[in-house]
Design a protein around this ligand. Structure first.
Ligand code: CP
Length: 315
């Protein structure tokens, strides 16, 4: 297995194909732990991991928190709304004060692209990007790739269509970088106002027609319409968006027999996906959440710099 020697996880763009595969392979071992009666490993005993979320989260924050606990780390959740951030403390001052408590890793979500990179330059602790503005959401892409690997078994030539608000989506950006590195063919689909002009330079094809974009797709990854990020002003009405870009019961007719339906969550039922499709047999949406735990355990373990032999003897 490729040796992992990164102190931080800041983006998928910076990872090599081998590093991505190392995370996916490590996650397979950690998924096995989740199936055992006693779901704990001691590999991060004595480490302290801090979650610093400046934006709301259900899946990422709880998944990281549980992953750290399963690896026997001490976990501190900083509630930004109840912290001195409300008194005007800067991001760097907040992080330096947390670091003064002798912690090992900060997992940060921030509305500004680049916030994790700035933090990594100013503190000695490891930094993990849990989503920064429109830029990247590396662990979401890793868990998406892990889910695809488990279901499909390969990436080379696999056709993945990502649908929705690509412009505002850190999930789309991280997935495009990662899937392209692994040899998948990525198509993005949505209204022209939601497709960034430079997206083809990242290796993705562009389609504005959902029926065509899903027709030969092995995987369809639907993105949430992010009303809090002004997605709502990029199309005339929610009804019109749903009529053209919702993965609904009518659109299912155009899918391949074995096409997977993915969504990073949270989902807007009736907007980007119908309830029947979200809960149907093709959907792996909750499986993505389950896999997120194993992938985040793998990321925490690799970042912690534990030696491979320690992992093998402790699992
Ligand atoms: N997919 C995702 O990032 O979900 P949360 O916002 O709930 O963390």
């Amino acid at each position: 297995m490729h040796k992992w020697n990164r102190k931080h996880l800041l983006s998928i763009e910076e990872l090599s194909r081998e590093e991505i595969l190392t995370v996916l392979q490590t996650a397979e071992s950690f998924k096995d732990i989740s199936l055992r009666p006693i779901k704990k490993s001691p590999v991060l005993r004595g480490k302290t991991i801090v979650l610093l979320f400046y934006e709301p989260s259900t899946r990422t924050s709880n998944s990281f928190s549980l992953a750290a606990k399963r690896l026997s780390a001490d976990v501190v959740n900083i509630s930004v709304n109840a912290s001195s951030v409300q008194k005007g403390e800067s991001l760097i001052d907040t992080a330096k004060n947390i670091e003064a408590l002798k912690i090992h890793t900060i997992i940060i979500r921030h509305s500004r692209a680049g916030a994790p990179m700035i933090l990594a330059r100013h503190i000695d602790a490891s930094v993990i990007n849990a989503g920064d503005g429109y830029h990247e959401h590396p662990t979401q892409a890793l868990l998406d790739m892990f889910t695809i690997k488990q279901r499909k078994g390969f990436f080379e030539g696999l056709k993945v269509t990502i649908v929705g608000d690509i412009l505002h989506s850190r999930v789309a950006r991280s997935n495009i970088w990662g899937l392209s590195k692994l040899g998948a063919e990525v198509t993005v689909c949505g209204p022209p106002t939601m497709i960034p002009v430079d997206i083809e330079a990242m290796g993705a094809k562009v389609s504005y027609n959902l029926k065509e974009a899903v027709a030969d797709a092995d995987v369809v990854n639907l993105l949430r319409v992010q009303f809090e990020r002004e997605s709502g002003v990029l199309f005339p009405s929610v009804r019109e968006y749903a009529a053209m870009f919702s993965m609904d019961d009518e659109m299912e007719k155009y899918l391949k027999e074995d096409a997977l339906i993915m969504h990073p969550g949270p989902i807007n039922r009736g907007v980007e996906i119908s309830s029947r499709m979200a809960d149907g047999k093709r959907s792996v949406i909750l499986e993505q959440v389950t896999n997120g735990l194993a992938v985040r355990m793998a990321v925490l373990y690799l970042i912690s710099g534990e030696k491979e032999k320690t992992r093998k003897s402790s699992l």
